[in-house]
Design a protein around this ligand. Structure first.
Ligand SMILES: [Zn+2]
Length: 302
């Protein structure tokens, strides 16, 4: 069994400890810790739909005072407010347009557009092609309003609150972060991200089936935040899983091992799975420190 990683609670954001502690540090591996440069807070990590204890996917990344939300899935907007002022978010980055990764962008547009002090300035939303159209239609009671057609009911559009930027594979600078996007193996266009700052790197799988693209994206990253949606009870069940959709916890561990990442955090945990079984499975494939994601916990890349 690999070393268990202890994520730190950050419900009191002002007191967020700037340390990430290995419960049993690996020989030769220096203690993870000290002054935080990039801080990651897990806002939501429930896979495919919100669970009883967590919203769907959402992660708050902070560096040099810049605040970036990676994904904003169902139920996440509520939990974001426990960790950040909604009006001090600088950008949102969407991995793909499945509801559990993007739908709360609609509610966020309402919060920004109808604030008592007046509409808040637009902030960028980085996302796949058609993000503005898809989210605009989800927001509008009358889809014609979003399309600007004559006779449409009045109402605001998603672009009143956000300026959309289409993600393409490659490197983009978002605030102080260097963000590399790569296509993952999922039924809709989906990007995994590698976030780099001051020589440290966080890789995020988003949703994906097995793919070399994730191994390349996560190569030597300090932390891989990797989905582990499937939890087959046996090999026969594993063989029958749909292809090109999600990873098992064991496959998450295998990808982490092949990429040579320092630490692995399992996320996109589907409510009906046994989380501890997933941790055990991943630990059989990855020998480094690992942990289960949980809302309100976080870590720092020092
Ligand atoms: Zn998905």
């Amino acid at each position: 069994m690999a070393t268990l990683l202890r994520l730190v609670p950050c419900t009191d954001h002002s007191a967020f400890p700037m340390i990430l502690v290995d419960a049993r540090p690996c020989p030769g591996r220096r203690p993870r810790v000290a002054w935080g440069i990039v801080r990651i807070t897990i806002i939501g990590c429930s896979g495919s739909f919100p669970g009883p204890d967590s919203p769907a996917s959402c992660y708050l990344v902070e560096a040099e005072g810049f605040r970036l939300l990676i994904d904003l899935g169902s139920g996440a907007l509520s939990a974001v407010q426990r960790h950040a002022d909604l009006y001090k978010i600088d950008a949102v980055c969407l991995s793909h347009l499945h509801a559990d990764h993007c739908l709360d962008v609609c509610d966020y547009s309402v919060a920004r557009t109808y604030h008592p002090d007046g509409p808040m300035p637009r902030i960028p939303v980085y996302g796949p092609t058609q993000a503005a159209v898809r989210l605009g239609r989800a927001l509008a009671a009358d889809p014609a309003a979003q399309d600007g057609r004559p006779g449409a009911a009045p109402g605001h559009g998603i672009t009143d609150a956000f300026s959309f930027v289409t993600i393409t594979p490659g490197v983009t600078e978002i605030g102080p972060l260097r963000v590399t996007a790569a296509h993952m193996n999922h039924p809709v266009e989906t990007f995994g991200f590698r976030l780099e700052h001051a020589g440290r790197a966080l890789a995020y799988s988003a949703d994906t089936g097995p793919t070399e693209a994730l191994v390349d994206l996560a190569r030597d990253a300090d932390v891989l935040l990797c989905e582990a949606s499937f939890a087959p009870p046996d090999d026969a069940s594993a063989a029958a899983l749909p292809q090109g959709l999600h990873l098992t916890a064991r496959q998450a561990g295998q990808h982490a091992a092949r990429a040579g990442v320092g630490q692995l955090v399992l996320t996109h945990l589907v409510p009906w799975n046994d989380k501890n079984a997933s941790l055990e499975e991943a630990g059989q494939a990855f020998g480094g420190p690992l942990a289960l994601a949980a809302p309100g916990l976080g870590f720092v890349l020092d």
